[in-house]
Design a protein around this ligand. Structure first.
Ligand code: GCU
Length: 674
């Protein structure tokens, strides 16, 4: 299991629990953690409280070499602030530890809160913080904090770069891989409380009785850790597995079929979370096949799960082959008119950007366009467009940029975070989802440093006000220990890495110019695919006149979907943030940017800068030789070596290609593309 494996292959994630090296701290911590009280609403043992006990016993045994005495108490009624919010916890301790002082106490509004408090306490210890006078109180800002696994039933993971699916459908339900337990621990340690087991490009078989028994087995493994399971629902399931002739959402037989199916699911899995649905998107079936709307489709399923307390996450990732308008406008065009038409247990799930998980996008304007609808954010943890599991790209800064973006939807300060968290009634149920980067690789995520993305996503779902620096610092200390140069080097590497990927792949607001199909590496020349809006030339619009997609009023006018304050600023060639310039503007090659350089020269320098930054990352990493174990040192060193070659390929491919339009020489400082 996670905590007992001793090797440095990365299996233990951030829950390594290696013996604390700082002897002073360790000897002070041991008495502080000698007696621990768990104060719960019932004061009774449960599988979740047992999980917290086990975690404390194992972790403290390993970290301190000491076994705590753990006792259970009933939380005094209404005496505590934690009682007001679900799964809230507090950890408190006396100002000094003597045999007569009161014990360290974890109190919570639920048993699950005790588990969350346990992991918070352990994180506190793993990051070396003082244990006296503790009064940590915390509660989740968003109710449903989900991983979305794009896992097929045959074990393949769509856009997965870390091996196969963790779910062993053939062996379930009888044979349950111990890894399920470790997966649940890792998720719970971050406060994640739900998992969608199956791919959004769904297979209706998952809803058949034999598979539901397997799903129930997984749900049983995850339950003590507060992880509820959800499934993707294929809209045509009533035809494919139900024997009906139609899946029309307004057909009473279809509604009856879903009601019966859902009742069957809840008999097998009483705490089933609900469905995630991709409909009428990229060839998936949906209500529009019957001339019905997304709201009709979502409400059909919402009505089926509502009596059981379930929710429907209906994805807004839609763009139609019959619609010739700018692809990034289409979600608003289709969804905004449906505002207010969705049931209360439907959450429209929107990707952070209007296109598709690019290294940098502006936020999706749909977040500001549906004031009467519950909206969820969908982020991608797996690095489909950011070097997959070969390159380092720490995504917390990208997610921060998104969460902090001001939509101006209800005036200045209406950040994305404020629109998706559960702080107002209208937003409940509130949901945030991340497309998982996990798989059967021993280290779970392929690139060992990509564990930091799973970690960062989870931490942000619990508390979206955490800074990237804080998250990087925590993760590094928990994963690599406290050596000051190790911590400063790795956090620096993490924090700069996403911008580096942007620089060598799609700087200045360029987007979607990757290789076709697998999406790894450059492909700005891709011009013929099944659909124009799958090509690269559709997005970069390179020509003798310049580069970039004109989305102002003289172009596709996608900007009009944003609030006037944003449309005005981004619509101005001089005021538009330069990191989104070519997303919104078609810019002449000789146009001068803020640096005083022309667009062409600046573009060349950004690509070069990306390469130079990877070289600096390699040097920084090499300085850690001997300071961390060889196994992880080499694993990352090899990936950074490859990342430099990849960055060079991006630079050379893009610059040589764009030069055929710019017809300008490379400025000084650019290595001649090979
Ligand atoms: C991307 C990705 C697909 C995925 C789709 C989605 O386009 O490449 O594999 O199915 O997003 O989010 O539905």
């Amino acid at each position: 299991a996670l905590s007992s494996a001793r090797s440095d292959d990365g299996y233990r994630l951030w829950l390594r629990y290696d013996r604390i090296e700082n002897e002073t701290y360790r000897t002070q911590a041991a008495p502080a953690l000698g007696r621990i009280v768990l104060a719960t609403p019932s004061g009774a043992e449960s599988p979740t409280v047992a999980a917290a006990r086990d975690e404390l016993t194992t972790a403290l045994g390993n970290l301190l070499g000491a076994t705590p005495v753990i006792t259970l108490e009933k939380l005094p009624a209404a005496s505590s602030a934690v009682a007001r919010s679900s799964d809230a916890f507090s950890v408190s301790s006396p100002s000094s530890f003597t045999p007569h002082s009161s014990p360290l106490t974890i109190s919570a509004s639920s048993d699950l809160g005790i588990l969350y408090g346990t992991f918070a306490l352990l994180r506190h210890l793993q990051t070396g913080q003082p244990l006296e006078n503790l009064s940590l109180t915390s509660y989740p800002k968003i109710q449903h904090r989900l991983l979305n696994h794009w896992d097929d039933l045959n074990g393949h993971v769509e856009r997965g770069y870390a091996g196969s699916s963790l779910w062993e459908w053939f062996y379930l339900p009888e044979i349950r891989n111990p890894r399920y337990h470790d997966y649940a621990r890792a998720c719970a340690s971050l406060g994640l409380n739900g998992t969608v087991l199956t791919n959004v490009n769904a297979n209706a078989q998952i809803l058949t009785a034999p598979y539901l028994a397997k799903v129930a087995a997984l749900a049983g493994e995850f339950r003590p850790y507060g992880i509820r399971v959800y499934l993707t629902a294929r809209f045509s399931a009533p035809i494919e597995i139900g024997g009906l002739k139609t899946a029309d959402p307004l057909d009473p037989a279809v509604a009856a079929w879903w009601k019966t199916k859902v009742a069957e699911i809840y008999r097998a899995i009483p705490d089933f979370g609900g469905f995630l649905v991709k409909a009428n998107s990229e060839g998936q079936p949906g209500p529009q096949d019957y001339k019905r709307t997304h709201a009709d489709g979502a409400n059909l399923l919402a009505d089926a799960v509502a009596p059981h307390g379930g929710i429907i996450m209906w994805r807004a990732f839609v763009y139609s082959p019959d619609n010739n308008d700018d692809r990034v406008k289409q979600a608003v065009t289709e969804f905004a008119p449906l505002d207010g038409k969705f049931r209360d247990n439907v959450i429209v799930q929107i990707k952070n950007g209007p296109l598709d998980f690019m290294p940098r996008e502006p936020f999706s304007p749909l977040f500001g366009a549906m004031p009467k609808t519950r909206l969820a954010a969908e982020l991608q943890i797996t690095q489909e467009y950011l070097g997959q599991s070969t390159q380092l790209a720490f995504l917390a800064p990208m997610w921060r940029e998104f969460l902090d973006a001001d939509t101006f939807a209800n005036g200045p300060g209406t950040t994305i975070a404020s629109l998706i968290d559960g702080s107002t009634k209208r937003q409940q149920p509130s949901v945030i989802a991340g497309v998982a980067n996990t798989g059967t690789d021993r280290n779970w995520t392929g690139h060992l440093l990509a564990q930091a993305n799973w970690y960062a996503f989870g931490r942000l779902t619990w508390d979206h006000s955490l800074t990237s620096e804080q998250i990087a610092d925590e993760w590094t200390k928990m994963t690599f220990g406290h050596d000051a140069s190790v911590v400063s080097t790795i956090t620096k590497l993490l924090l700069g890495s996403r911008e580096t990927v942007v620089n060598y792949s799609m700087p200045l607001g360029l987007t979607h110019i990757m290789a076709e199909g697998h999406h790894y590496g450059p492909g700005p020349w891709v011009d013929k695919l099944g659909r124009a809006d799958w090509t690269s030339v559709y997005y970069h619009r390179a020509a003798a006149t310049g580069l970039g997609f004109n989305r102002t009023a003289t172009g596709s006018n996608a900007l009009a979907q944003y609030s006037p304050a944003i449309a005005q600023r981004y619509g101005s060639l001089t005021d538009c943030p330069e990191n989104l310039l070519l997303w919104f503007h078609h810019v002449a090659w000789d146009h001068r940017l803020r640096s005083g350089r022309t667009l062409w020269d600046e573009l060349c320098l950004r690509y070069q800068q990306g390469v130079d930054e990877v070289r600096a990352m390699r040097r920084d990493w090499d300085s850690l030789k001997g300071r961390i174990d060889d196994e992880r040192f080499t694993h990352i060193q090899q990936r950074l070596t490859r990342q430099e070659l990849d960055a060079i390929e991006w630079r050379d491919a893009c610059l040589l290609y764009f030069q055929t339009f710019s017809k300008r020489p490379f400025p000084a400082g650019i290595e001649p593309p090979a």
